[in-house]
Design a protein around this ligand. Structure first.
Ligand SMILES: Nc1ncnc2c1ncn2[C@@H]1O[C@H](COP(=O)(O)OP(=O)(O)O)[C@@H](O)[C@H]1O
Ligand SMILES: [Mg+2]
Length: 333
């Protein structure tokens, strides 16, 4: 039998221990002889210590960031690269052809999609263009309109991790928070159950599987309790959106709110593995396996329903214990 081999690099490995452990299991169950590598700016990123090889790298905003990654991809013969936070998505996406030239498939969406998801005004436009329900956005004029119906919702248009988000109950609050929130966007407030959809896109940009995770509890901007809930209205809206998105690749997570009346209103797209994705993996939606299979030219087939509804994820704190912090090599360009 021909020995299959795939080396995989994760950028900003951070705290994604569960995801990396899953990749490790997947490599061995597919009988792939591969290495898992990761980079981060600091040796105290827990996930670095789950990898076969970890390196330190300059900050993403350093002009040498991409060059350094390319060097690493060459020296370590990296076949696939997965980003794990939002910050380097655009740089990686623009550099996809450079990565391809050195034999690395950077599993990142196209720049146009990343641009639209990095700014909540542009995300709103994208949903509108596709005829997908999204909260109405109100222009923040100098004098706040009397006609606004409260409550409203305010957040930074380039925010993340639920930082600086506010329900606005009155004109007085609106005046206060429009000064307080940096680069604010003002939206209609949607009350309901919140879902994150993990969507898998193949390398031709076709959506292949959508897993609906209903949020039960959030801690520090990341889901801590959730359940796979095949709500028909959410699934229907999710597939309509998935089939319209262009330039998507790999796992993209999308958030929506489902009201008691059955409205499904989309608020956000994060074009990367979500923090809560381990629930989908545990429920059977084996994104790492399918992506690796696709990379090896072996299509996983019909995977639309390849997961079990009703599965819960109840997170707790865990830790990596180390006798000492190892001195990691720095990637130099
Ligand atoms: N229009 C809205 N109405 C009600 N709640 C909202 C609205 N927009 C966002 N939220 C809440 O704020 C949270 C963060 O908003 P989101 O757009 O996902 O920004 P980010 O995750 O980038 O901080 C959401 O998870 C949701 O709970
Ligand atoms: Mg969000």
């Amino acid at each position: 039998m021909v020995q299959k081999s795939l080396n995989i690099l994760f950028t900003s490995a951070g705290r994604r221990v569960a995801l990396i452990r899953h990749f490790k299991k997947t490599l061995s169950s597919l009988n792939i002889d591969g290495h898992l590598l990761g980079v981060d700016v600091s040796a105290d990123a827990p996930a670095l210590h789950e990898l076969d090889d970890a390196r330190l790298i300059c900050r993403i905003d350093d002009p040498r960031y991409i060059e350094s990654l390319i060097e690493l991809c060459i020296s370590e013969k990296v076949d696939m690269l997965f980003p794990l936070i939002d910050t380097d998505l655009m740089k990686l996406s623009l550099a996809r052809p450079e990565f391809a030239r050195v034999g690395t498939n950077a599993v990142v969406c196209d720049p146009e999609l990343i641009e639209a998801t990095a700014n909540k005004y542009k995300t709103y436009d994208l949903f509108k263009r596709f005829g997908i329900d999204t909260p109405t956005v109100f222009e923040l004029t100098e004098r706040c309109e009397d006609s606004y119906r409260y409550p409203l919702f305010m957040k930074p248009l380039d925010g993340s991790a639920s930082k600086s988000i506010f329900k606005i109950n009155s004109r007085k609050e609106l005046f206060f928070f429009r000064e307080y929130v940096e680069r604010p966007i003002l939206q209609e407030y949607i009350s309901g159950r919140e879902f994150t959809l993990d969507m898998l896109f193949d390398f031709d940009g076709a959506v292949r599987c959508i897993v609906p995770r209903r949020r039960i509890e959030v801690r520090a901007g990341e889901v801590s309790k959730s359940v796979i809930d095949l709500d028909p209205a959410v699934m229907d809206a999710g597939w309509r959106l998935g089939e319209k998105l262009r330039g998507a690749r790999g796992v993209v997570n999308v958030q929506c709110i489902r009201t008691a009346e059955g409205r499904v209103s989309f608020i956000e797209i994060n074009p990367r593995f979500g923090g809560g994705t381990p629930l989908s993996l545990y429920a059977g939606a084996d994104f790492p396996r399918w992506l690796l299979q696709m990379a090896l030219g072996d299509d996983p087939g019909d995977i639309r329903s390849a997961f079990t509804p009703g599965v819960y994820m109840l997170r707790f704190d865990d830790a990596v214990f180390l006798p000492d912090l190892p001195a990691l090599k720095k990637v130099q360009s």
